[in-house]
Ligand binder design. Structure first.
Ligand code: OGA
Ligand code: MN
Length: 294
């Protein structure tokens, strides 16, 4: 049986109806979903109550799972969920809400900044799939910004200026924006900056994106203050409300986004008072966006 895609925003976001994600999809549905991701950037599925295993299985429709290693400050022994799942909840391994000054909570506050998942990896993520298992009574929307539309709206002069630029990304830079600056030597090694192209082109649609993220710390060959000011201006443009969709979560929602073409952020909620159990699978990208220094 086929499924329908309903575009709900001027620029992007498709709501998919008529699929049960617990079932094995046909090859033509798999192709259609991957094409939809290229075209719509964000895909919304409602009323899908999935186990972690079912989410992992469905995620493989989009490629190979990227393991949740090297992306946070939670020690392996303290994990609540398996390595295939990035735990973006506010819960510890016993299901208790992080206390106010918990270092993991401080680190996770970085998700409130506009970013693209795993842009701090040499091969950054293709897409992410986030499922809602419990939600706070107030706040906690996830917002998405569509970078092809933001790119198209740039002046030709800026398009020319950014075409060949290369940026450096690290979790140390994004956390630094909130004043989180103390890292162990091991974390510093894990979070070493990587290089990314600032302009990416979708191979399927031919559309270009500005590849932005809070993880950016500088532009190769630029002085850092000038680079950060330039990136801040681009980010402000790229996250204007016309390019943004805000997702209000319900339990059973699964949202897939293309990290190559979208930024996202979580909006504030009372994270020390109410559980917000969100579980993310991530699909690895296929190649670097530019040459690395190391
Ligand atoms: C993520 C993320 C957003 C949210 O899962 O990658 O940034 O709404 N989280 O929790
Ligand atoms: Mn994220």
């Amino acid at each position: 049986m086929g499924f329908s895609i309903n575009k709900i925003h001027e620029h992007f976001v498709g709501v998919i109806d008529g699929l049960d994600l617990k079932r094995t999809l046909s090859n033509s549905d798999v192709l259609k979903l991957n094409n939809a991701l290229d075209e719509f950037g964000v895909l919304v599925f409602r009323n899908q109550i999935l186990t972690d295993e079912q989410q992992i299985e469905f995620s493989k429709v989009f490629g190979t799972i990227e393991l949740a290693i090297g992306g946070n400050v939670t020690k392996e022994k303290d994990r609540r969920l398996s390595l295939e799942i990035a735990d973006v909840s506010n819960l510890d391994k016993d299901g208790k809400i992080f206390t106010r000054n918990d270092r993991r909570r401080m680190f996770n506050l970085g998700n409130r900044l506009w970013h693209s998942d795993s842009s701090y990896r040499k091969i950054p993520a293709k897409c992410s799939l986030l499922s809602c298992h419990s939600k706070p009574n107030f706040g906690g929307n996830t917002e998405f910004a569509f970078m092809p539309a933001a790119y198209d709206a740039l002046d030709d002069e800026i398009k020319k200026e950014i075409e060949e630029l290369v940026t450096e990304h690290s979790l140390i830079y994004s956390r630094g924006l909130l004043g989180f600056s103390e890292f162990t030597n091991e974390e510093k090694e894990t979070f070493k900056p990587v290089r990314q192209a600032l302009v990416r082109k979708n191979e399927n649609t031919g559309r270009k994106s500005i590849y932005l993220s809070a993880h950016i710390g500088t532009i190769v060959g630029w002085e850092t203050p000038e680079a950060r000011d330039f990136i801040r201006e681009l980010t402000e443009h790229a996250t204007s409300r016309t390019f943004v969709y805000a997702h209000e979560w319900n339990i059973g929602d699964l949202v897939v986004w293309d990290n190559r073409q979208c930024m996202h952020r979580v909006r504030p909620f009372k994270d020390t008072g109410e559980p917000r159990d969100m579980r993310r699978t991530t699909i690895a990208g296929q190649r670097e966006t530019t040459k690395q220094l190391h």
